[in-house]
Design a protein around this ligand. Structure first.
Ligand code: FMN
Length: 337
C-alpha cells in the first residue's frame, strides 16, 4: 500500500520520461489547442508544441484559458517568448498548472515584433541571458528546454554555435531543439528566414559529440517521413513543422512508421472525432481558428478549388455540419485516410 502511495506521489511530482523522437514544431497561428487535439487524434506518440506565447500574454491575458488549454493532449510543451526572469518563473508555474510536460524558450524567432519585445532569435546575441532564462524556467516538476538557431547573420560559424551551447549547458539543460540554420535579423521576413539561410545538420551532429548527455532534436527542412526516419539513425529526434501544417493527415503514419506500432488504424472517424470536439465551441471561438488545422490541406493538395470556395461560403454562414460533410467527402476523394 505504502509503495503505491509513494509511486503516485512520484508520478505527480516528478518529470515524466517522454519520447521526443518525433516532434511537431511550434507554429504561431497553427499549433493552437484545436490543432493539437487533431494531431493527437492522428498520432498517440508525437510530441506536440503550443504556439509561441509571450510571457506577458501568458501571465496577464484574460483569454489565457483559450490560448493554452491543454485538454490532456500530452505529451506536449508550452513554448514561451520572453527574457524577464520573474515572468519566466511565473510562466513555468502556469505550464505546470495546465498540465504541460515541458516549458520551452523560443530563441529562434526573427520577427521584428519579437525583437522589439527582446525575445526570440535576437537573444542568441546574449548567451549569458539565455542561460539565466533557462535557469528561471527550471523546476523539479517540469522540463525546461530551448529552441534555437545555429547562429545569427549571413555567415555560418560553428564556434559561435559551440560557445552558445557551452554557456547554455551550464544550466544543466537536457533537451535542445535546433532549427539548423542561422536567423537573419534584418532585411528578410520570418518566412524568408525559414528558407533562405542554408541548413547545416552537421553542426548538430558535431555538438552532440561534445554533449552526449544532452538530447538534441533536429529541425528544419524535413519534408517527408522517410527522411525523418533516416535522420533518426543519426539524431536523437526530429522536429517537423510545415510538413504537418500543410497536411496534418501525415501524422496518421507516424505511429506506424516512426514508432513501429502495429495495428494502428485510423479511418474517417478522425474527422467526426475532431468535429465532435469543436462543435460545442462554435460561436465562442472564431470559426477560422477552429478549422485552421484542416484548412491547409486544401492548399497543399491539387485540384481543390471547388472545395475551397464551398468551405469559404459555409464558414461565412458558420454551417459546421455542412463543413464536416464537405471535409469527409474531400478526404475520401483524395484518399487521405
Ligand atoms: C506558420 C509558422 C509559424 C511558426 N511559429 C513558430 C513559433 O511560434 N515558435 C517557433 O519556435 N517556431 C515557429 N516557427 C518555426 C517552426 O517551428 C520551425 O522551426 C520551422 O518551420 C522549420 O521547420 P520545418 O522546415 O519543418 O517547417 C513557425 C513556422 C511556421 C511555418
Amino acid at each position: 500500500m505504502l509503495f503505491f502511495i509513494k509511486l503516485s506521489i512520484y508520478q505527480i511530482y516528478m518529470k515524466k520520461e517522454i519520447s521526443r523522437k518525433f516532434c511537431v514544431a511550434p507554429m504561431m497561428g497553427y499549433t493552437t489547442p484545436y490543432a493539437r487535439k487533431l494531431y493527437r487524434i492522428l498520432s498517440n506518440n508525437s510530441f506536440l508544441f503550443s504556439e509561441m506565447i509571450a510571457t506577458k500574454t501568458l501571465i496577464y491575458s484574460q483569454n489565457r484559458e483559450k490560448i493554452i488549454d491543454n485538454d490532456f493532449n500530452n505529451p506536449v510543451a508550452l513554448q514561451v517568448g520572453g527574457s524577464e526572469i520573474d515572468e519566466l518563473k511565473k510562466a513555468s508555474k502556469i505550464a505546470i498548472n495546465y498540465n504541460y510536460d515541458e516549458i520551452n524558450l523560443n530563441v529562434g524567432c526573427p520577427s521584428k515584433a519579437v525583437q522589439k519585445g527582446s525575445f526570440g532569435a535576437c537573444l542568441m546575441q546574449n548567451k549569458q541571458l539565455v542561460r539565466n532564462c533557462i535557469e528561471a524556467l527550471q523546476n523539479d516538476r517540469i522540463e525546461a528546454t530551448l529552441k534555437c538557431r545555429l547562429g545569427l547573420g549571413n555567415k555560418l560559424n560553428y564556434e559561435f554555435f559551440e560557445e552558445f551551447i557551452d554557456e547554455i549547458s551550464k544550466s544543466g539543460i537536457s533537451v535542445i531543439y535546433v532549427h539548423a540554420r542561422n536567423a537573419i535579423l534584418n532585411g528578410i521576413s520570418p518566412q524568408g528566414n525559414r528558407t533562405i539561410p542554408p541548413l547545416n545538420y552537421d553542426y548538430v551532429k558535431e555538438i552532440k559529440k561534445k554533449y552526449p548527455k544532452i538530447t538534441f532534436i533536429l529541425n528544419g527542412g524535413i519534408n517527408n517521413l522517410n527522411m525523418a526516419k533516416d535522420l533518426l539513425k543519426e539524431f536523437d529526434g526530429v522536429m517537423v513543422g510545415r510538413l504537418i501544417k500543410n497536411n496534418p493527415f501525415i501524422l496518421k503514419e507516424v505511429d506506424k512508421k516512426i514508432f513501429e506500432e502495429k495495428n494502428k488504424f485510423v479511418d474517417e472517424s478522425i474527422i467526426n472525432n475532431y468535429f465532435n470536439y469543436i462543435k460545442p465551441k462554435v460561436g465562442l471561438e472564431s470559426i477560422f481558428r477552429l478549422l485552421s488545422p484542416l484548412l491547409n490541406i486544401f492548399f497543399s493538395i491539387p485540384n481543390s478549388k471547388i472545395y475551397k470556395s464551398k468551405i469559404n461560403e459555409y464558414m461565412k454562414n458558420q454551417n459546421i455540419n455542412l463543413i464536416e460533410e464537405l471535409l469527409i467527402k474531400f478526404v475520401n476523394e483524395k484518399n487521405l485516410t
